[in-house]
Design a protein around this ligand. Sequence first.
Ligand SMILES: Nc1nc2c(ncn2[C@@H]2O[C@H](COP(=O)(O)OP(=O)(O)OP(=O)(O)O)[C@@H](O)[C@H]2O)c(=O)[nH]1
Ligand SMILES: [Mg+2]
Length: 450
Amino acid sequence: MSTICAISTSLAEAAIGIVRLSGPESLPIAKSIFRGKDVEEKPRYMHYGHIMRGDEVIDEVLMVYYKSPYTYTKEDMVEINCHGGAVALQRVLALCLEKGARLAEAGEFTQRAFLNGRLDLPQAEAVMQLIQAKTNLAYDVALTHLDGDISRKVTEIRNVLLELMARITLAVDYPEEDEEEISYEALEEGMRGVASSLERLLKNAEKGRLLEEGLRTVILGKPNVGKSSLLNALSGHSRAIVTDIAGTTRDTIEEKIQIDGLPLILVDTAGLRETLDPVERLGVERSKEAMERGDFILYVLSAEDPLDDEDRKTLQFLKDREYLVIINKVDKELTIDVEELETYVDGDNILYSSLLQKKGIEEIQDAIVERTLGKQLSLGEPLLQNQRQIGLLKEALHWCEDAISDLEQREAYDYIEVNIKGCYESLGQVLGENTPDILGEVFSRFCVGK
Ligand SMILES: Nc1nc2c(ncn2[C@@H]2O[C@H](COP(=O)(O)OP(=O)(O)OP(=O)(O)O)[C@@H](O)[C@H]2O)c(=O)[nH]1
Ligand SMILES: [Mg+2]
């Protein structure tokens, strides 16, 4: 294995920067360019000294030696804490290269950590996700992946599959053993359990997508109820024009915002009403399209307007959607019939605001987060975002569904086993494995030689 090195920190002007080495030659290379106390004797200690090219001082540094296998890559590693900024770092790096290290490729330290078994593949992928996270929420999700939540869940599912395969193998290959033969019903039940676990993971992954792309949140309601005021309140500046003229917003307006790290694409729309004005009518059409394409709907009503048929028509659609109803203008007289409203929508989804007086905005923000990601995140199920993993899970689900339909048809066991094995192997690829040791598992579990 070659020894790799790289600048592991930013090249921007900074107090310190780190050049990192990994591989068997890390220590010899480091010793050949370091003048200071002997680094070999005390791993994990910071050693003060200078990086030298012959008699020339290159930089004043602190150096740490990490002894294999207790390192990030499980190989011998050295970290040289140099002065920050591009010059010092590039000088030290160049010297390491001269002494025989090779420039690391992108992600190569983490790749080695994976190849040497310190991280599994989803954990290695989580490292990249951590570094790339743009919001607190995305970062927290990546942390749960680094902690191994994906592997735990996938392994749990695989263990079920392994058990089923082992019992099939036993029934097919060793029919003379008096272990009770597994029934079609039991197999079917097992595979249905696996299917629903996979479906849950994939459904959660849909939430993961929202974290990356942003939750399309469409603000709907009749003219003049305060839709544009809501967009402005949530985005914290005057993005959309607000007037007391009904029909002010004629086209959909989009604005990217974040609430507690949840990225949102807010869409303000033209007020819903029957109108003869051709421009406004087009706007209303677009509002309806936006409603279709939205992940989440904020339906705004005015406290002083009774519900009308236009409202009723839209409210009916909300049941099947993720939504909140916001009764705005509560600074005015509350003439809206909340009881009737509750025949259309869940009372828990109704919030009150006075955007004019800046009241109720925080409650709206909290409710959006809670209703979209909050609940999901606290469930403790992994929130997958990685397309490779999602693709493999879909593949696994496919095998699983094939197995179930074969079971329903009472196909031969070894036929069914192929599908179960396909499912198992797809999941193995999630973890970065290729060859499952099924036979070993059979013998260890069932003591056939007995
Ligand atoms: N009293 C009161 N007025 C409000 C409140 N929120 C908004 N308004 C006023 O209501 C009027 C309409 O607000 P907008 O935000 O433009 O309403 P809209 O739903 O976007 O209207 P259209 O774009 O025409 O469909 C403006 O004059 C706002 O100042 C509120 O909480 N209380
Ligand atoms: Mg408007």
